[in-house]
Design a protein around this ligand. Structure first.
Ligand code: ADP
Ligand code: GN1
Ligand code: MG
Length: 375
C-alpha cells in the first residue's frame, strides 16, 4: 500500500499536497505530510512503527495516548503551552490510534509541531540547558502518573546487565563471524562487567524508585523552537515506561554533552564537554531537585558513564549479530558507533571526579573530592 493511501485513513482536513521522508531516527520510518484546505497548509507526522522492535503496537499507542493526554492536562492546569508542550495523536477515520494495513504494517499520525527543529548535537551551552529543562520537565509532568497502567514496550530496555548478557550470547553464537574483528572492543566491555548491574541493583534493592521515564532522551528527541532554541517538548515516546530517572539523565548527557555526534569515526573528536554537562545538570535539577532522592542525585554522574557503556554494548551486539537492529547507512556504521561510544566512556572516566563535583555543587552547593575510580 502506498503512503498516500495510508495517510487518507487518518482524520486529516484537506488535500494532501506533499509527503517528505525524514531519515533522522534509527528505528521508525517517518514522513512529513502537508495538506491544504482553502489555501491554508497544515502539516502532520506519519510514522511506520518498526514492529520488529515494538511487537505490541496497540499497547504502545495506548501508552502514548494516555501519557500525552496526561501531559496536556498538566500543561493546561499550569497555564503552559498545550499545543506544543506535548505530542498530539491524530486518530484514524474509524477512531483508532493506529492504522493497520492488510500486510500488517502499522502507521500512526501526530500533529506536526510547527517552527521546531531537532539537533543531533548541542551547539552551545544555552541550547543544552534548554534540553535539560525539557528532560526535567518531563519528569515533573509525569510525577503523579499511575505507573501500573503503563505497558512495558521493550522489557529490560535499560537493564544494562541484560544488555551485557545479550552481548556475551552474541559473541558465543557469532552468527556472521565478526567477533574476531572486535576483540579490543569486547575486552573493553568485559573489563567493566562490575559496572553493568549497578543501577538495576539499586532498583531491585529499593534504593532508588521506579518512575515514568522517557528512556530515549537523545538530543534529537527534543524539539526546540527554531527562533529561540527553547525546548518545546520531548518526542519519540515509544519507550515511555517505568524506569529510572538515571537512564534519562545519562542518555541525554551521552548524546548531547558529547563533543561530537555518536557515529563520528574520528575518535579524536570524542569526549564530554563539561560546560554542556554543567548547564544540562543545572537545568535538569532546577526542575527535579524536589522530586529526586539523594541516592538518585549521587548517581547522576555515574549514570552518564553507564548509559554510554550500555550504548557501546548495544551497538557492539548489533554489529556482531550482522546489523539487524539499528538502521545502518554503510557497512561498518555500527562499528564506528561502538568505537565512538567507547572513546566517550574513556573520556567520561577521566572526568568522573569533575562530573561528580559539578553535580554536588549544583545539588548541595558544595563539591567533594572523590576517588578517581567509579562507584
Ligand atoms: P525515531 O524513533 O525513528 O527516532 P522520531 O519519533 O524521533 O523517530 O522522529 C524522527 C524525527 O522526525 C525527529 O527527530 C523530528 O525531527 C521529526 N519529528 C517527529 N515527530 C515530530 C512532530 N510531531 N513534529 C515535528 N517534527 C517531528
Ligand atoms: C534509537 O529511535 P531513536 O533513533 O531515537 C534507540 C535508542 C538509542 C538510539 C541511539 C527504541 O533511538 O535506544 O539510544 O537509537 N531506540 C530504540 O542512537 O532502541
Ligand atoms: Mg528519535
Amino acid at each position: 500500500m502506498n503512503i498516500k493511501d495510508i495517510i487518507k485513513n487518518f482524520k486529516i482536513d484537506g488535500e494532501i499536497v506533499s509527503i517528505e521522508a525524514n531519515n533522522t531516527g534509527n528505528i521508525n520510518r517517518t514522513y512529513m505530510v502537508t495538506v491544504n484546505k482553502d489555501g491554508k497548509d497544515k502539516r502532520y507526522i506519519v510514522q511506520k512503527i518498526n514492529t520488529t522492535v515494538f511487537n505490541e503496537p496497540y499497547l504502545l499507542m495506548n501508552n502514548i495516548e494516555n501519557v500525552t493526554n496526561y501531559c496536556r492536562n498538566y500543561l493546561e492546569q499550569n497555564g503552559e503551552d498545550i499545543k506544543r508542550g506535548t505530542l498530539s495523536v491524530v486518530r484514524t477515520i474509524d477512531n483508532k490510534n493506529l492504522y493497520r494495513t492488510k500486510d500488517n504494517e502499522y502507521y500512526r499520525m501526530y500533529d506536526f509541531v510547527e517552527n521546531a527543529i531537532s539537533y543531533d548535537k548541542a551547539e552551545n551551552e544555552e541550547m543544552f540547558y534548554n534540553v535539560g529543562k525539557a528532560c526535567g520537565h518531563f519528569v515533573r509532568m509525569l510525577d503523579g502518573y499511575p505507573m501500573d497502567e503503563l505497558d512495558e514496550t521493550i522489557p529490560n530496555f535499560h537493564n544494562t546487565k541484560s544488555r551485557y548478557d545479550d552481548l556475551i550470547n552474541s559473541i558465543k553464537k557469532d552468527p556472521v563471524g565478526r567477533a574476531k574483528m572486535v576483540m579490543p572492543e569486547i575486552l573493553f566491555v568485559l573489563k567493566r562487567s562490575d559496572q553493568v548491574s549497578q543501577i538495576v541493583d539499586l532498583i531491585d534493592k529499593g534504593e532508588i524508585p521506579l518512575r515514568v521515564t522517557h528512556n530515549d532522551t537523545k538530543i534529537n528527541n527534543v524539539l526546540m523552537d527554531k527562533n529561540t532554541n527553547e525546548a518545546i517538548c520531548m518526542i519519540d515516546l515509544d519507550t515511555v515506561m517505568p524506569g529510572s530517572a538515571l537512564y534519562d539523565f545519562g542518555d541525554a548527557v551521552r548524546s548531547g554533552a558529547a563533543k561530537t555526534i555518536e557515529d563520528d569515526p574520528n575518535l579524536e573528536n570524542a569526549g564530554i564537554n563539561l560546560d554542556y554537562f554543567k548547564s544540562f545538570t543545572e537545568a535538569y535539577l532546577s526542575e527535579t531537585k524536589d522530586i529526586l532522592t539523594k541516592t538518585e542525585i549521587d548517581y547522576l554522574a555515574f549514570s552518564c558513564i553507564l548509559l554510554t557503556l550500555e550504548l557501546a554494548i548495544r551497538f557492539l551486539t548489533d554489529y556482531i549479530n550482522g546489523d539487524t537492529y539499528f538502521k545502518c547507512n554503510y557497512e561498518n556504521h555500527n562499528l564506528d558507533r561502538v568505537r565512538n561510544q567507547i572513546a566517550l566512556v574513556k573520556d567520561m572516566e577521566k572526568n568522573y571526579v569533575n562530573m561528580n563535583n559539578i553535580v554536588r555543587k549544583i545539588a548541595y552547593g558544595k563539591s567533594l573530592t572523590l576517588k578517581k575510580d567509579n562507584k
